[in-house]
Ligand binder design. Structure first.
Ligand code: GAF
Length: 391
């Protein structure tokens, strides 16, 4: 389904629920990160692309007299209502409405009050699959509020507002990658983001002979919530012992020289981050040169580092990567790795376009044999960031 078809579908659903057509329609994409995992909150580099999976919101002013914002999601039975007045209180922990609420709070804090509206939210980004369904929701809400208030934010400010919503309302101390790519994605480009300077650099990726494959393991181990902040703290501890502001400023040699002063686990966490930042910069060079075998090798190395040093993989994702590696370049796979926060979710593979169908079949069959689970596999070209479909 194209984005316009998806928008038409959501508009029709809005009409069914609210008995009138929507006045506004916006969309924001999910993302897949090609390489550069857990480097964003260490001031390092990431290399994501927006995917052709979107959160779409159709909205309009309420027909009835009400002071409230009413949000409905096609995944939920009950609507939620929000009073657009400060201070806006978070919903209970784990509630999906915290993402929109946090974004609305960010607009209110800037003196931008959207007033009351009704909205229907629909997403084709798999929820909790490590493809940034939450950032897509935040950025879609921010895009809607820009249209309603008539005030377009600077893209960096918009991404940071959404990140703050996730910190303060959803309680997840994420880095900046997901919101930046959902705002700034560009068709046929990866985004090499320097998370220290926040300078985005578009890296063209339009070689038709190469395709990005997303393999959803359809498992989510409930560790992400607790393990993510722990990893952040371990990185801060390592940076402190190294005497640098962040691991971006450290080298493998410097780390080796303080090895004796460091807990072994903290040492391995730092090993991952320092090496991953370097791999990400090299991978961007590889993409620019269309050197796919080199990019693929960096992806495998990244996976090993996440599995052994950062310890954020799981046996199901390891199984996907092993199957991909066994297919290898002769079978059309250049590289594969886990993508996103970890403990399940998706793997990303770089494959020869003419072998994608056979590769998908083989991965699905072997994964089922090894784990008993059905994987969901799809391809995506690098997509554009958030967009207004109807203003
Ligand atoms: C999650 C976070 F939200 C990102 O900021 C990033 O740290 C990622 O995990 C790991 O690379 O998606």
């Amino acid at each position: 389904m194209t984005l316009n078809e998806l928008a038409a579908h959501v508009a029709a659903e809005f009409q069914k629920i609210y008995a009138r057509p929507p006045r506004w329609i916006v969309a924001a994409p999910g993302r897949v990160n090609l390489i550069g995992e857990h480097t964003d909150y260490n001031d390092g580099f990431v290399l994501p692309m927006a995917i052709e999976r979107y959160t779409v919101i159709a909205a309009g002013r309420p027909a009835k007299d009400t002071k409230q914002i009413q949000l409905r999601s096609t995944c939920e039975d009950q609507p939620v209502t929000i009073d657009p007045v400060q201070p806006l209180k978070p919903f209970p922990k784990g509630a999906w409405a915290n993402y929109p609420a946090g974004v609305i709070a960010g607009f209110l804090a800037r003196g931008l009050n959207p007033g009351r509206f009704d909205a229907l939210i629909h997403s084709t980004v798999p929820l909790g699959g490590g493809l940034s369904s939450s950032a897509a929701l935040e950025v879609a809400v921010a895009t809607l509020l820009e249209v309603i208030t008539g005030r377009k934010l600077d893209p960096v400010e918009k991404a940071l507002l959404c990140q703050k919503a996730e910190h303060d309302y959803a309680g997840m101390p994420c880095g900046i990658m997901d919101q930046f790519i959902s705002v700034m994605g560009r068709e046929n480009h990866l985004l090499l983001l320097d998370c220290r300077s926040r300078k985005p650099e578009l890296v063209p990726m339009s070689d038709p002979s190469v395709t990005v494959l997303v393999i959803n393991s359809n498992v989510k181990h409930e560790l992400t919530g607790s393990e993510y902040p722990t990893r952040r703290k371990q990185c801060e501890t390592a940076a402190k012992i190294l005497g640098v502001p962040s691991l971006r400023d450290a080298t493998a040699d410097a780390l080796e020289s303080v090895r004796g002063k460091m807990d072994e686990v903290v040492f391995r966490r730092a090993c991952h981050v320092i090496s991953e930042i370097e791999r990400t910069v090299h991978a961007a060079e590889g993409v620019r040169a269309s050197n796919w075998p080199a990019v693929g090798q960096l992806m495998y190395a990244s996976h090993r580092s996440m599995r052994d040093d950062y310890e954020i993989s799981c046996r199901e994702i390891d199984a996907v990567v092993e199957i991909a590696e066994s297919i290898g370049i002769p079978g059309g796979v250049y590289g594969c790795r886990m993508t996103g926060g970890g403990f399940g979710g998706c793997a990303v593979a770089l494959a020869k376009s003419d072998a994608v169908a056979a590769i998908s079949q083989k991965i699905a069959a072997d994964y089922k044999k090894k784990t008993g689970i059905e994987a969901t596999i799809f391809v995506s070209r690098p997509a554009a960031g958030a967009t207004v479909i109807k203003a």
